[in-house]
Design a protein around this ligand. Structure first.
Ligand code: AMP
Length: 119
């Protein structure tokens, strides 16, 4: 096993199990293992980008792909009309636990205010 691989790279390479909904050469989408809503899908680049703070001009195309795939999955999951939330947590204060950039797609119930905490 390559210790340098993130868990999401290993999911994209089918080395770890996951409920994969979509995959292409650039991105992989799979269900979150601890869903916070009836629909909770993670969309990740197949190649490692550690955080949103590490995004470079050469990543612009894959980031666009992630948003387009999120919209397609929302339609397929039947939440495109009711609505949903897309979240990218970045580093410690952002609550990022997995050091591989990922887009959360959450929906299937009213999600309430964006932040539960006070400034
Ligand atoms: P974040 O806090 O933004 O880094 O979110 C990481 C997310 O990854 C959490 O919602 C976890 O439940 C989810 N997660 C961690 N490991 C796995 C896994 N092996 N398969 C699916 N989702 C995972």
């Amino acid at each position: 096993m390559d210790q340098g691989m993130s868990i999401f790279q290993r999911i994209a390479r089918r080395e770890l199990p996951a409920d994969i909904l979509y995959q292409d050469d650039w991105v992989t989408a799979f269900r979150d293992i601890h869903p916070a809503a009836p629909v909770h899908v993670l969309i990740v680049p197949n190649q490692l980008i550690v955080t949103a703070a590490d995004v470079l001009p050469e990543h612009e195309a894959v980031l666009g792909r992630m948003l387009r795939v999120a919209a397609d999955i929302a339609r397929a999951e039947g939440i495109a009309e009711s609505g949903y939330r897309l979240i990218v947590n970045c580093k410690a204060d952002g609550g990022q636990e997995v050091p591989h950039l990922h887009l959360h797609l959450l929906g299937g119930r009213p999600l309430g205010p964006m932040l539960q905490c006070k400034a």
